[in-house]
Design a protein around this ligand. Sequence first.
Ligand code: 77P
Ligand code: MG
Length: 214
Amino acid sequence: TQSTRPQRLLGAVQKNATRGDPRSVVQAIDQFCRQKEWAMNVGDEKGCILDSVVSEVNPATVLELGTYCGYSTVRIASLLPPHAKLITLEFNPDFAAIARQVIAWAGVEDKVHLVEGASGDWIPKMTEQFGVKTFDLVFLDHWKDRYLPDTMLMEECGLLRKGSILLADNVICPGTPDYLEYVRSSLRYESQYFKSHLEYTKVEDGLEKSVFLG
Ligand SMILES: O=C(NCCNC(=O)c1cc(-c2ccc(F)cc2)cc(O)c1O)c1cc(O)ncn1
Ligand SMILES: [Mg+2]
């Protein structure tokens, strides 16, 4: 039977990356996506912006919406202080199965809790299931039409505090117009656009960083 693209991406990690070395896992995926097959990881260019935001925030609690193969999960986890927790939500069980193996190969599984299911179902359960009061950083990279409803849900559930940072991928391509309008016009957010490119291409894309003002 035919392998899937995530399975081939995992194969490239196991072949070319060093176990326990997160940076070599990131490099192996970027090489695979540049030389073999495009895949919807945040990529190396936007990944550097992600790294700088994670380093600046130095978060104790991180929520990632949309794990896919775990590329950004590994990037973020490799920058977290000890005892920090990264919860990552993935709806697609096939993606989740690959991501678990990529995360394990990188050796960051102790910092990561991968949850399979729909963000809308799990966001209201964050506190009771994982003991998280608020998130210092949220990375939005899942279905583009879920960015706005899930942000409103996080507000309603009290998961954002004064100073919480939302970092959203793909605000230009594929685009998240309703989310962008919301965070840029709301008096409860201070937003900043980081212009970049769609992973592994010359197409414009970017990350939107929004600070929740409480
Ligand atoms: O979360 C799920 N998909 C990934 C969301 N992410 C994206 O869709 C995404 C797409 C693109 C993209 C950009 C240009 C293009 F031509 C095609 C795709 C880039 C990105 O950087 C993304 O992040 C999902 C799926 C499914 O079938 N079931 C449960 N969950
Ligand atoms: Mg993305």
